[in-house]
Design a protein around this ligand. Sequence first.
Ligand code: ADP
Ligand code: 5GP
Length: 224
Amino acid sequence: MPLRSSRLFFTALSRAGLQTIPKGLTRPFSNMSKLPTDTRPIVVSGPSGVGKGTLLQLLFSRHPDVFAFSVSHTTRDPRSGEVHGVHYHFVPMKDFEDLIDANGFVEHAKFSGNRYGTSKMTIEEQSAKGKVVVLDIEMEGVKQIKNSDIPARYVFVAPPSEEILEKRLRGRGTETEESVQKRLTQAKRELEYSKTPGVHDIIIVNDDLETAYKQLDDFIYKSA
Ligand code: ADP
Ligand code: 5GP
């Protein structure tokens, strides 16, 4: 199961008392299950394959019941193991366009030949849970959230190098060659945009996973 796809699945398993990742990676943190002082939604972006899903999977598993994932709409096909309504709302193009026409999205964008968007309903539902809403979205969506009235914190996850990014994307085994190429082209744009001063509150280089995770955890819990 791809890691982006597996993160909420893992959360469900974790809540059921089952563990799917090595014990050392699941040890509790001292601030486990506490709401951060700053409860604004957290917008995570970064090139496809950089490890956003992997880091969020750790975040959700180490802080059960603190965060609510913003389940996006997409027109792309589900990957093996992805569940409608959990990983994404997988919808036909017509439904996606109808929702655009109904002004139902907070933001939406085209990415690698498909459409992705955060619906207003999802944000409302997840916010109502009293948890910190986490969005995993690409660059155009980030810009739109920034232009909206949603107060948010912005995290950019960068790769140690473009070569390593490509290796991870291919290593995940979820993409066709065409999709890999599109995602790598888009990655250059995302990396360029990340250099714009003030756009992100933190840029985390995901080299060693635990080091990157600690930066994310510290940012969320200690930077209020
Ligand atoms: P994204 O959600 O950003 O598209 P994923 O979380 O799916 O990326 O990660 C892409 C691939 O990279 C996965 O196979 C994952 O196991 C791997 N990966 C993630 N972080 C690291 C890391 N720090 N070191 C090595 N491999 C990693
Ligand atoms: P994937 O197909 O790998 O699941 O996601 C591809 C890209 O789409 C990722 O960069 C991811 O962050 C982004 N994405 C996922 N959901 C949304 C969304 O609702 N809006 C936007 N703008 N991007 C999204």
